[in-house]
Design a protein around this ligand. Structure first.
Ligand code: 5GP
Length: 252
């Protein structure tokens, strides 16, 4: 498919304008994988195809669950057509089980403590400040979103989580936590945007951290060599294959 002008490039994707329709954009998924604020970087040939496939499967599931998203279509394996929106500079993290940065910020909490309902946290996207936690009050004070919009984001994030948690549970896999982002359409409406792929969540088969299938394998590795990258790719392939079922009619 023909691409319009390049709008922005991230570590794992490039966003282009749509050649004909100014209300759309094109996301091209790259083979890059990074960790530690970009301190660790690798290329895994084939990852972009799997990221495009996984994100399309996830967004089709969310659309079927009635959620407003930026997703339109995935006409090629590495290409996602989306509604053009202005991204909120926020990472919205939903947690069912305590893990990762939550444990570092709350050292008295044990790994795996269950949140009911899932905990929703906001992080400001600010590389120089290492994406700090930000409160709903601060989000409104900075005019990133109104207090009412933060409530709407929180409830939507919980629906996104519940939808994916159910889908993963049908494979015997525990969705531990999830990072999503929101965009604002020209109308002002907030939609679930960006990608949701195997970089975006912790998924533990049988609830066992040692069996994790997600990007955390790459983040945690003490040595990044060919064998590690092949192992990471195999997990991403398995995850993409499992999410193929998300997009089918009987999975919600
Ligand atoms: P934590 O805050 O515990 O490091 O991460 C919580 C969840 O958000 C995990 O599932 C993690 O994969 C995801 N996450 C956190 N930061 C990022 C990020 O910068 N990019 C992506 N794709 N996911 C993130």
């Amino acid at each position: 498919m023909e691409l319009g002008p390049r709008l922005t490039e991230g570590k794992t994707k490039i966003i282009y304008a749509h050649p004909d329709d100014p209300s759309l954009a094109l996301m091209v998924h790259k083979d890059g994988i990074t960790a530690g604020d970009g301190a660790r970087r690798s290329e895994i040939p084939g990852k972009g195809v799997l990221a495009g496939r996984t994100t399309a499967n996830v967004f089709r599931l969310l659309a079927r669950a009635g959620l407003a998203t930026h997703f339109i279509d995935a006409p090629e394996p590495t290409l996602t057509v989306v509604r053009r929106c202005t991204m909120l500079p926020l990472e919205v993290v939903i947690r069912r089980l305590a893990a990762g940065s939550y444990l570092r910020r709350n050292p008295d909490c044990a790994e795996g403590v269950r949140f009911e309902p899932p905990l929703v946290e906001f992080f400001l996207k600010d590389d120089a400040a290492h994406d700090p936690l930000i409160s709903p009050v601060e989000i409104a004070a900075r005019n990133l979103a109104t207090a009412a919009e933060v409530e709407q984001i929180t409830s939507t994030a919980r629906v996104v989580f519940a939808t994916l948690e159910r889908a993963w549970a049908s494979h015997g896999i525990t969705l531990v936590d999830l990072k999503i982002e929101f965009g604002r359409l020209p109308s002002g409406e907030l939609v679930v945007a960006d990608v949701i792929d195997n970089d975006s969540w912790r998924i533990w088969p049988g609830g066992e951290r040692a069996r994790m299938l997600d990007k955390q394998v790459y983040r945690d590795a003490t040595l990044v060599d060919e064998a590690l990258l092949a192992d990471v790719l195999a997990r991403y392939e398995l995850v993409a294959r499992l999410t193929d079922e998300f997009a089918s009619a009987d999975s919600v």
